[in-house]
Design a protein around this ligand. Structure first.
Ligand code: HEC
Length: 200
């Protein structure tokens, strides 16, 4: 009996401590990536994020050897999208994913062109002052693509600054991100709810 009462009060105490902690962890679950022991886990839900653009650098226009063949489907996490619409800046904790898609057929019912084929790779960039304090702009770059472009790795380590960050720093229009090639981000920059699709 006594034992039982103690157990119940311990349980109450535990609950009193655990509940706010639980609520807190839900409220702060606003980062859409997991970075552990120097490695980024491959995001597995990015096609549920916001799609911002799809530049294409086909081999044919790059002497047969494009650096990143060929379509690049780019997505931003939903929290950072909301922040971008409101403030027009990339928040600390932003993640953008670039999914590589090879060129499939070059003609369809609509005409000749480049039509997306298969997924062949995945890259990501994250802005975090906490994790990447030493990187210019706090942006770090990752790739989950395998050399044969046939599979994906489960984790990735960040690239050296010169490999990726340096080009982004010099040529990207907005805080290391190539917004000049993402019409969705351009239209939504600090545009509030209008950024979601315009007005009537
Ligand atoms: C020579 C310049 C250059 C280098 C080097 C470069 N990138 Fe990029 N990156 C671009 C351009 C241009 C775009 C946008 C247009 C496109 O995708 O073709 C882009 C877009 C991206 C995006 C989409 C988000 C954004 O910032 O616009 C990611 C993610 C990315 N690159 C990752 C990488 C990784 C990882 C590396 C290093 C292995 C890398 N990049 C190296 C030029 C570069």
């Amino acid at each position: 009996m006594f034992q039982q009462r103690i157990n119940i009060s311990i349980l109450r105490m535990l609950l009193a401590f655990a509940m706010p902690a639980l609520a807190m962890s839900v409220a702060s679950a606003d980062e859409y990536f997991k970075f552990k022991n120097g490695k980024l886990e491959r995001p597995t839900d990015y096609r549920e994020w916001v799609f911002v653009g799809a530049p294409v650098t086909p081999n044919e226009l790059n002497d047969g050897k494009a650096a990143f063949p060929e379509f690049h489907n780019v997505y931003i996490d939903p929290e950072s999208w909301a922040h971008w619409k409101k403030n027009g800046t990339f928040r600390d904790g932003t993640i953008l994913v670039k999914e590589l898609v090879d060129v499939g057929v070059k003609a369809s019912a609509s005409g000749n062109g480049y039509f997306p084929g298969n997924f062949i790779g995945l890259a990501a960039t994250i802005k975090s002052s906490k994790l990447f304090a030493d990187e210019p702009g706090n942006w770090a770059y990752f790739s989950f693509s395998t050399p044969d472009l046939k599979g994906l790795t489960d984790t990735a380590e960040k690239f050296a600054t010169e490999s990726c960050n340096a080009c982004h720093a010099g040529a990207a229009a907005d805080d290391f991100v190539f917004t000049q090639h993402y019409p969705v981000l351009r239209a939504a920059k600090a545009a509030g709810e209008l950024g979601a699709g315009g007005k009537r």
